[in-house]
Design a protein around this ligand. Structure first.
Ligand code: PLP
Length: 392
């Protein structure tokens, strides 16, 4: 059976070049980077090189502003908890948005229990954060703003530069979760006015379980882990050398290929959407029509449940995902679509297609062959769709 992977926002296939770069550090090059002898010096150099590669991709002023972590979740936790704890004497107020990843949402919830106050700013129908409401929410007790760069479910790209300059003017630290943006949008942290930026290797064709947090020089942050003086005394623990080397190589490749990759993905994504519109009725695009990641297409098939479409596509070898999460047996509509004002019927029927560097035109054509009969079959069984068809 043909297999088509369109779930690259969940994770990506590691590139061969990345694996090749990592392998020596899973074998002969096993020294502890903190050791002063030759074994240690080799792995220390590998980490320094990777730090420079990541700094290069995001346009950091100096590699020392890049701290390696265990992934996007840890980077988000570190940024938000670290700044909140460091600035506790200055204020207790944090601003975020309603469409953040749970790594941010649940970290903020945990801080609320510690006594911090959280303002969650809403978004418009396309998923763009309300910048006026965000500006108004800032008080002299605000210590941190955390707004994601690009949304993982619908791909909407937020006005990070504008939010960054507001934060800078008001003297508030600014964090952005750029896990989905890195390698997909060209940017330089120095142009964005961000103080902290999270990224993750497995979203850019690198290994799982490794990521980084960019921390602009002079940003006040309290480490989360107690231990040795690793990572400029910001993140204790012997470094994940093979993972870090993989992240470095993946960053280098992502930077070099970004413009070509974005054009390739946009063309395929739009071909998929056009094809869906031509073949299937009652379809709705979720996310901003233009300010959207080149690889992301989130579509609602009205009157259906996304899960049924996913299972049927899976039987045809096609891997996609849904915006709605299945929580304790009940189908909860996605918090992102709900925040965008998408009605429950459309929110339940949403599917996220996230393309990647390996996606081909043939893959898209295959999806356009198998998807319409699935939707037709499921709608024939849907009482909601039946009722609607009778009305017409
Ligand atoms: N933030 C966003 C926007 C994400 O999409 C993800 C992963 O899906 C994460 C954070 C978490 O990253 P990781 O899987 O590396 O912990």
């Amino acid at each position: 059976m043909r297999r088509v992977y369109l779930d690259n926002n969940a994770t990506t296939r590691m590139r061969q070049e990345v694996l090749d770069a990592m392998l020596p550090y899973l074998g002969d090059l096993y020294g502890n980077p903190s050791s002063v002898h030759a074994f240690g010096r080799v792995t220390r150099k590998a980490i320094d090189d990777a730090r420079a590669q990541v700094a290069g991709l995001i346009g950091a002023e100096s590699p020392e502003e890049v701290i390696f972590t265990s992934g996007g979740t840890e980077s988000d936790n570190f940024a938000i908890r670290g700044v909140a704890h460091a600035l506790k004497s200055k204020g207790d107020h944090i601003i975020t948005s309603t469409i953040e990843h749970h790594a941010v949402l649940n970290t903020c919830k945990a801080l609320e229990k510690e006594g911090y106050r959280i303002s969650s700013i809403g978004v418009d129908k396309d998923g763009i954060v309300d910048v006026d409401a965000l500006t108004e929410a800032i008080t002299d007790k605000t210590i941190l703003i955390s707004i994601m760069y690009a949304n993982n479910e619908v791909g909407t790209i937020e006005p990070i530069e504008a939010i960054g300059s507001i934060a800078r003017q008001r003297g508030v630290s600014f964090h952005t979760d750029a896990v989905q943006a890195v390698g997909k949008i060209p940017f330089r942290v120095c142009d964005l006015n961000v103080d902290l930026l999270s990224l993750s290797a497995h979203k850019i064709y690198g290994p799982k379980g490794v990521g980084a947090l960019y921390i602009r020089k002079k940003t006040k942050i309290t480490p989360m882990l107690s231990g040795g003086h690793h990572e400029m005394s910001k993140r204790a623990g012997t470094e994940n050398v093979p993972g870090i080397v993989g992240l470095g190589r993946a960053s280098e490749l992502a930077g070099a290929e970004l413009p070509r990759e974005a054009a390739h993905l946009t063309a395929l994504r739009d071909r998929l959407y056009r094809g869906i519109l031509e073949r299937i009725d009652s379809v709705r695009l979720n996310g901003h029509p233009q300010a959207r990641l080149a690889n992301t297409l989130n579509v609602s098939f009205t009157y259906l449940e996304g899960e049924s479409i996913i299972l049927n596509l899976d039987m045809e070898g096609v891997a996609v995902s849904t915006g709605s999460a299945c929580t304790s047996g009940s189908l909860e509509p996605s918090h992102v679509l709900t925040a965008m004002g998408v009605d429950p019927v459309n929110a339940q029927g949403s599917i996220r297609f996230s393309l990647g560097r390996d996606t081909t035109g043939d893959d898209i054509d295959y999806v356009l062959t198998v998807l319409p009969p699935i939707v037709a079959r499921l709608r024939a069984m849907s009482p909601l769709y039946e009722g609607q068809a009778k009305k017409k």
